[in-house]
Design a protein. Structure first.
Length: 310
């Protein structure tokens, strides 16, 4: 078992916590800690729990309470110390590794999140959620190859897990393999046909692969099933524009913007669409400028504005 980070020697424990710790009765100590947590004394409880883990280093109840106290107190440094201790420990508490991974991921610490989710996945190989989150953390680290490897390994155990097929699709998207991603999203959708997000993913992947007719068909199915799918309408609009069905594309763009009027990405694509119509250049410029404010490196939009200004 790993050594614990040093607790703060300058701050004595509350008398009841110290007495319970010295008595050496775990159940009594846990009850005393719970009483402090009920009084929102997360700081006092966490210091006592650090001390207790020196005595009972393999006890998952103590570890869970410490993670909860640190999280509730917003003790970021304490959570980092706890994560380091947990990763170096032998505890096979899947929920703890998952919770700490979620905490790290929410704060943009994707490398730490990946380590925690990897431990969670090893502790419970049948937990598809841990693998999905592990793959997402790897992708955040720009390692879709590691995400693909982790998901493919999990699929050997759970070939019917729709969420794993989708996770593999996202890894292919990040690796610029949209056709392979589309196959994965089809598999996910076949296993969970009620999950319209997978159909949105499928339509988007087909669009990225420039399979516009198939993309239009899947996007049309999206918005038929879920009329409020802004992503479905946007994909449908882009596909119809590429198929030279500009009237229907215009309607789809307008519907998407009605659902999400603040989307800079959507405004940029709509502006590029309008730029092909000489009668609507001023409207195109307005949308393109709005997109460029949020995405100043969007070269296609910048080039279109330059062309329209010349």
């Amino acid at each position: 078992m790993s050594s614990l980070p040093p607790s703060n020697p300058r701050r004595p424990l509350a008398p009841d916590l110290e007495a319970a710790l010295q008595a050496g009765e775990l159940a009594t100590f846990l009850a005393t800690v719970d009483a402090h947590l009920l009084r929102s004394d997360e700081e006092g409880a966490s210091r006592a729990l650090w001390r207790a883990l020196e005595r009972w280093p393999a006890d998952t109840q103590l570890a869970r309470r410490l993670a909860d106290a640190l999280h509730r107190a917003g003790d970021r440094d304490g959570m980092r110390r706890f994560a380091r201790w947990l990763l170096s420990s032998r505890l096979r508490a899947t929920d703890l590794h998952f919770a700490v991974g979620s905490w790290a991921e929410a704060r943009g610490e994707s490398a730490a999140a990946a380590r925690c989710f990897a431990r969670a996945a090893r502790a419970d190989p049948d937990d598809a959620d841990a693998v999905v989150r592990l793959a997402r953390a790897y992708r955040s680290e720009n390692r879709p190859d590691l995400a693909q490897r982790a998901v493919e390994r999990a699929l050997q155990r759970q070939p019917d897990a729709a969420e794993l097929h989708a996770a593999l699709g996202y890894a292919h998207i990040d690796a610029h393999r949209p056709v392979a991603a589309a196959l994965c999203f089809r598999e996910a959708l076949r296993r969970a046909p009620e999950w319209n997000t997978y159909r949105e993913d499928l339509a988007s992947a087909l669009g990225l692969g420039e399979r516009w007719r198939e993309a239009a068909e899947e996007a049309q199915a999206c918005v038929r099933i879920q009329p409020e799918s802004e992503r479905g309408w946007a994909t449908l609009a882009a596909a119809l524009a590429r198929l030279n069905q500009r009237g229907r594309a215009e309607q789809a763009y307008r519907k998407a913007l009605q659902l999400n009027a603040t989307s800079a990405r959507l405004k940029g694509n709509y502006g590029l669409f309008l730029a092909a119509d000489p009668a609507r250049l001023f409207e195109a410029v307005r949308h393109l400028r709005a997109a460029l404010e949020s995405y100043p490196d969007w070269e296609e939009v910048r080039s279109s504005l330059t062309d329209l200004a010349s």
